[in-house]
Design a protein around this ligand. Structure first.
Ligand code: PNS
Length: 174
């Protein structure tokens, strides 16, 4: 059975990677779908996000995982066209539940043949999100252990400028 794992992945975190690895054990093929979330303003382009996930996946020999992006149309339609019968969502906390539950019901309403399956996040990543990673990187904090090693440099260098500017402003004020 093919499972689609959709998200913004802006950037991929170790929490996402944990869900990908566990899904790859459960399904014959996992299709990681990098999608546009119309409510978010991404830090990385779709191509960059796909490339970062591909590098992280390659580093772990996950042979049944593919990465694609999609920009047009509904997730359920893309999933169906790709042969996926299942959409995987990771749940970190009760706070994720309300939104994800609504999305699951909405997607089932749109396409009853595609089921949503929730996987509980690994406890050590329950606080981790792409937003947290970006905020810490922007403020010059250590994001080691939060994102796959293969993408650490990409994330650090994307926000290094912000941190340097903030530092210079601080020096100017002192
Ligand atoms: O990682 P995110 O930002 O929580 O992922 C949300 C995502 C990309 C899975 C969601 O926005 C999505 O499914 N977008 C595709 C368009 C779609 O089908 N939307 C659902 C109907 S409103």
């Amino acid at each position: 059975m093919i499972a689609a794992y959709p998200g913004s992945f802006d950037p991929i975190t170790n929490g996402h990677l944990d869900i990908i690895e566990r899904s790859a054990q459960l399904y014959s093929e996992v299709l990681v779908l990098v999608a546009v979330n119309s409510t978010k303003n991404p830090a990385f382009s779709l191509e960059e996000r796909v490339d970062m996930i591909e590098r992280a996946v390659r580093g772990r020999n996950l042979h049944n995982v593919r990465v694609e992006s999609f920009t047009v149309g509904l997730l359920v339609d893309y999933a169906e066209r790709s042969g996926a019968q299942v959409i995987i969502k990771g749940l970190r906390a009760v706070s994720d539940f309300e939104y994800e539950f609504q999305m699951a019901l909405l997607n089932r309403n749109l396409k009853p043949s595609v089921e949503t399956i929730f996987l509980a996040t690994a406890a050590e990543y329950s606080w981790l999100s792409s937003s947290v990673v970006k905020e810490i990187a922007r403020l010059g904090g250590d994001i080691g252990g939060m994102v796959p090693l293969e993408v650490l440099k990409d994330v650090k260098s994307r926000f290094a400028g912000d941190w340097a500017t903030a530092g210079a402003q601080l020096v100017e004020r002192v």
